[in-house]
Design a protein around this ligand. Structure first.
Ligand SMILES: Nc1nc2c(ncn2[C@@H]2O[C@H](COP(=O)(O)OP(=O)(O)OP(=O)(O)O)[C@@H](O)[C@H]2O)c(=O)[nH]1
Ligand SMILES: [Mg+2]
Length: 595
């Protein structure tokens, strides 16, 4: 299935040709029929001799309707360029050629129409057309003289059309949806209907999509899908599709609005672009109209130089890196140039010289996007964000990239974060020798990490460890700073009497509060048991040595005797031994040593 847009100067016979090929009248409006002039897009379809289903989007040639023409050709990947034999190449032929060049259209064919009116001129016009199209993707396209009136050449035109369609790459039918709306209307009983050219992806009933336009965006549901007037279970690319929507009324939806896979597109009003065709950007007007898909959006152009510029759109569009955009000077019906989108989330320009520096970056930018430079710029980027920006996700870590879960991390950034994190942990320790470490959030904030889920990778790179909710060093420092002397004194006392735990007032006198004791425990200097009992970490093993000498099951009071301690110490100590599985409680009064 294919969609072919017409192109060519006003009155050169585009609509007549479409009608002759399809039997369908593309001029829908009475005014068009009366004036013999296409004003808005027309639609017709047929099946070619080779069995290709082809929809035609017939565009107006008149310069006043250039906007309509661009909306027709924008989402259509194949063009039928019409030049009248009797008039030859004309002014809007120029415009339409420029549009084709700007959009990077590479497939199509050329009809030398009205050949019956000037058969002698066909060779000259053919040569002229070849020359005019030599810098476009249609440079080698077949040229066929035809007459829609006598029917001459129509068969050959269809043969060439089939050949051209055979060369068109099949777009993916599983990609994210960006369905540019070209018409919206209301059908009694059905409600809101929108139409457009589906250039990639698949549309199905009951699908939820995001409707985005000049007035913001909202979720809508597809009620039904139609192709060429019949309901279908799904529609794939490339096709003319009508969607019945459960949504606001048709009068709230306009050409240029777009239906999107929710969450899959970056809606951006700020774009950095590089010129692909037409005159230099320095020469373009400051106020331009951006044509993308069926949208025509006013924008401010800030050229960095002749080749690169920043566009600020009057409202955000779903753009992706590599998109081709047509720029028209505001108020003019001529195409100024074509540009390609290189960045849909560009950095702010603040300092003097930022524009110049930006231009240098854009000159070297890859128009298909580059995961590595994207990661370098942000430090790290998620696969989903790469996809949203239109950048191919690397199959495996490219040079200079580290993958961590869904993240692609720039190695320079990773090292820099790791250095800073080590510094932050050291600084914290210097400020407070008893600090257990930094919380995840404090650590991420200290190094300005874009997302806390990157922390584990940075901690690993830094040779630090995540201990529960904290980032800390692998080895805890032996010295407890101001608490060192008191802990040392307590240690030597406990070495002499391992089960004589200090009383609360003794700890207070030593200046050992909760924080100090916690730090001493973390560093393996002391062991804290329930009830505020503080012993050496060796106490449980020492206790086991004593308890093992007791014959058979023992009572708490026997244990107390063996350890020469009080109930206050014995009970939490025995519970600690139970928990370690070194002793086992038999009943309320007895325990055994587990051997
Ligand atoms: N003799 C002859 N006349 C033709 C032929 N094709 C188109 N015409 C006439 O040329 C005039 C313009 O044809 P259209 O098909 O309306 O031209 P168009 O390119 O669609 O014009 P716009 O949509 O306004 O740009 C009409 O009067 C047609 O009858 C042809 O092959 N032979
Ligand atoms: Mg027409």
């Amino acid at each position: 299935m294919f969609v072919v847009a017409t192109a060519g100067h006003v009155d050169h016979g585009k609509s007549t040709l479409v009608r002759a090929l399809t039997g369908i009248e593309p001029d829908r409006w009475d005014e068009e029929k009366r004036r013999g002039l296409t004003i808005d897009l027309g639609f017709a379809w047929t099946t070619t001799p080779a069995g290709h289903e082809v929809s035609f989007v017939d565009v107006p040639g008149h310069e006043r309707f250039l906007g309509n023409m661009l909306a027709g050709i924008g989402p259509a990947p194949v063009v039928c360029f019409v030049v009248a034999a009797d008039e030859g190449w004309c002014r809007q032929s120029d415009d339409h050629r420029d549009a084709i060049a700007a959009l990077g259209i590479e497939h199509g064919l050329i009809a030398i129409s009205r050949a019956d009116l000037a058969p002698d001129r066909v060779p000259a016009v053919t040569a002229q057309v070849r020359d005019e199209l030599k810098d476009t993707g249609l440079r080698d396209a077949p040229i066929v003289p035809v007459s829609a009136v006598t029917g001459a050449g129509l068969g050959e035109l269809l043969v060439e059309l089939d050949a051209a369609l055979g060369a068109v790459p099949k777009p993916p039918d599983d990609s994210r949806i960006r369905f540019w709306i070209d018409r919206s209307f209301t059908i009694r009983g059905a409600g809101t209907v929108v139409t457009g050219t589906l250039s990639a992806g698949t549309l199905r009933p009951e699908e939820h999509l995001l409707l985005a336009g000049a007035h913001g965006s909202q979720e809508v549901t597809v009620r039904g899908v139609q192709q060429h007037g019949s309901a279908v279970a799904s529609a794939g690319p490339v096709n003319r599709v009508a969607l019945n929507l459960r949504s606001p009324g048709a009068d709230a939806i306009h050409r240029g609005d777009v239906l999107l896979t929710p969450g899959a597109w970056q809606l951006s009003a700020l774009l950095d672009v590089r010129r692909t065709t037409g005159s230099g950007l320095d020469d373009a007007a400051a106020e331009v109209v951006v044509h993308l898909g069926t949208a025509a959006v006013p924008a401010r152009l800030r050229p960095f130089d002749q080749e690169t510029a920043r566009l600020t759109l009057s409202h955000p569009l779903p753009v992706t890196i590599g998109d081709r955009i047509i720029l028209r000077n505001n108020g003019s019906q001529r195409i100024a140039c074509g540009v390609q989108v290189l960045d849909v989330d560009p950095p702010a320009l603040r300092r003097r010289g930022d524009g110049r520096r930006r231009a240098a970056v854009l000159h070297g930018a890859d128009p298909s996007g580059d995961a590595r430079s994207e990661a370098a710029r942000r430090g790290a980027v998620r696969s989903v964000d790469l996809q949203r920006l239109g950048i191919a996700v690397p199959g495996r870590p490219a040079d200079g990239l580290r993958s961590d879960g869904d993240w692609w991390i720039d190695e320079h950034a990773l090292r820099a974060w790791a250095d800073r994190l080590r510094g932050a942990v050291d600084a914290d320790r210097a400020r407070n020798p008893l600090s257990p470490g930094l919380s995840h959030k404090a650590a991420a904030d200290a190094i300005e990490l874009p997302d806390v889920s990157l922390l584990a990778a940075v901690v690993r790179e830094a040779g630090l460890v995540l201990r529960g909710p904290l980032v800390t060093t692998q080895q805890q420092p032996a010295d407890l700073g101001p608490a060192e002397a008191a802990v040392s004194a307590l240690e030597s006392r406990l070495r002499a009497e391992p089960f004589t735990a200090p009383e609360a007032d003794e700890l207070t006198a030593l200046g050992l509060g909760r924080r100090e004791l916690a730090a001493a425990e973390r560093t393996g200097r002391l062991l804290r048991l329930d009830g505020g009992v503080v012993l050496l970490p060796t106490a449980p093993a020492l206790a086991m040595r004593e308890l093992a000498t007791l014959p058979g099951p023992f009572t708490t009071s026997q244990a107390r005797g063996a350890l020469r301690t009080t109930r206050r110490v014995a009970i939490p100590l025995l519970e600690h031994l139970d928990a370690r599985g070194w002793t086992k409680r038999l009943d309320a009064g007895h325990r055994v040593v587990v051997r």
